[in-house]
Design a protein around this ligand. Sequence first.
Ligand code: ATP
Ligand code: MG
Length: 386
Amino acid sequence: MYISLSLGELILKGKNRQKFVNQLKRNIRRVLKDEDLGEIYQEMGKIYIETPPDRLEARMKKLKHLFGIVYISPCIRLEKDLETIKKETTPFIAGYLEKNPAQTFKVVCSRADKSFPVKSPEMNRILGGEILSHFPNLKVDVHNPDFYFYCDIKKYVYFYISKIKAYGGLPVGTNERGLVLLSGGIDSPVAGFLMGKRGVQIDALHFHSYPFTSQRGEEKVKDLARILSTYTGPIRMHSINLLPIQKEIQKSCPYEEMTILSRRFMMRIGQKLCDELGYLSLITGENLGQVASQTIYGLRASADVVDTLVFRPLIGMDKVDIIRIAQDIGTYGTSIQPFEDCCTVFLPKHPSLKPSIEEMEASEANLDVEKLVNEAVASRKTYRID
Ligand code: ATP
Ligand code: MG
């Protein structure tokens, strides 16, 4: 058996296509590293992986999480010869019908290799006739069949029926490394997922306020990173205690500015890690208007302190749609586990809704910002999540 992977957007990549395909092949080898892999090759818009039937399900499950793949199909490969194709049609269809009762079908031949003498419409007729003569209970329905029987004619010939939808996007690693500010909430894991889907290789930065937040809270964030890593590959998670900074803010600044000043420190620390470790983007789960710190003023105030590229892929989404993605990718159940977040520990009753950058800067004049940032960065713990 073979597994075929449809590459979708990747095949449009012009001169860069090979770079993208090679990255995807590396990612395939990484997720299937425990498998005894045979050949992985590419033929006209698809990648093929030779696979023993008993490894099919397990491999497809892992491959489904790889970005850059649009569809996954289990298929068989034949020599490009009309008699062979006809002969193999009946057992292939019989194998399918054993597990999937059906009344109607449609044949879809696609002759990519124009040197093959029989054109696609004629092939459809020949294979359709073959099926009808062996399975008298089946009928052709070209509009709404119970199943499609695909026959791709390339260097070899491939038969397949199922097309399992994957996530599409671009292979992780084709858009450099980015650092996602990962809280324990619903939004930031989705933000990391979405940027991973555009090819960014993700690491994570988490802030806690131990002992006000619990060890289990940090474990929960590691769990989220672990789920993300099934899509994006191994993640390094930097974990930093924000409590020393929050205490300084509490001592020297107006309390209603706590949230937004904390967010400015988070961004500064993120920037510093970008500079030190070579990340080219910061990623947040910010969403316009969701909470006080995410008004236009709040976003402006937290963006103001960094000059790195900041991605906010959720900025214009509705909460229900974010939740739907979180459920689909498997982070939701973990995100809603109730643990204190570092921001809720020091949550002002009346957070400022229109924080101006001048006000923030005036408040921060009471703090040794650079020293606090440097100390926080130096105190980080880094875990490898795989
Ligand atoms: P989320 O669901 O991602 O927690 P949120 O709706 O709670 O988001 P905020 O608390 O305002 O929103 O946080 C906005 C963004 O700031 C988060 O999406 C995340 O990227 C970052 N952030 C907030 N708290 C933390 C934290 N404790 N550690 C790391 N990043 C954080
Ligand atoms: Mg949150």
